[in-house]
Design a protein around this ligand. Sequence first.
Ligand SMILES: *[C@@H]1O[C@H](CO)[C@@H](O)[C@H](O)[C@H]1NC(C)=O
Ligand SMILES: *[C@@H]1O[C@H](CO)[C@@H](O)[C@H](O)[C@H]1NC(C)=O
Length: 203
Amino acid sequence: MAHPPTQSQSRAANKPKRSNLLRCIAIFILALIILVGIAVIIIWLVLKPKRLEYTVENAAIHNFNLTDANHLYANFDFTIRSYNPNSRVSIYYDTVEVSVRYEDQTLATNAVQPFFQSHKNVTRLHVGLTAQTVALYDSVPKDLRLERSSGDIELDVWMRARIRFKVGVWKSKHRVLKIFCSPVLVHFSKGKSFERAPCDVEL
Ligand SMILES: *[C@@H]1O[C@H](CO)[C@@H](O)[C@H](O)[C@H]1NC(C)=O
Ligand SMILES: *[C@@H]1O[C@H](CO)[C@@H](O)[C@H](O)[C@H]1NC(C)=O
């Protein structure tokens, strides 16, 4: 007649089962990590986006008025060419902010309408900025007067955009794109032709 298994016998019987389960879980987790890793590598390879290209194609200043109290009024117009050289990656520009600076002082800021840029697309942004009673400090007013009398002004254009990449139906999280164009030499007289200014793009 068989004896019912003692406690120590049943524990011994459970042991291999439990370690099997643990092994299964370990293998599952490992497989998951490898799969996620492969997915990340694939996304990175696909996404590894070619650098977006930005150029200032045209620029103008209107109604420039620097008062005796060193307050600046002016309108700036920029045509900025945005090129997406990627053949698979499209871009959502959810917010785009443009500012014009002179010697580290921001003269004016404006937002651009959000837009979607498909692959290989060229989009021209026409940005108007208005400096209204901007108080200038340090050597800025003196230098601006000098540049005004010379007929050209050297400006910097900064852009900051929150973008998402789109590949097929997959959309990335938000990333911040920084664009910096310097120097942008703007002529006061309309007769002179504008020289394109390339921009640095940082992601
Ligand atoms: C410049 O602005 C000042 C102050 O608003 C004004 O008095 C003056 O007429 C303006 N000058 C020109 C040329 O617009
Ligand atoms: C780029 O996209 C914009 C907006 O969809 C469109 O108006 C424009 O024609 C496109 N340009 C090129 C070169 O494909």
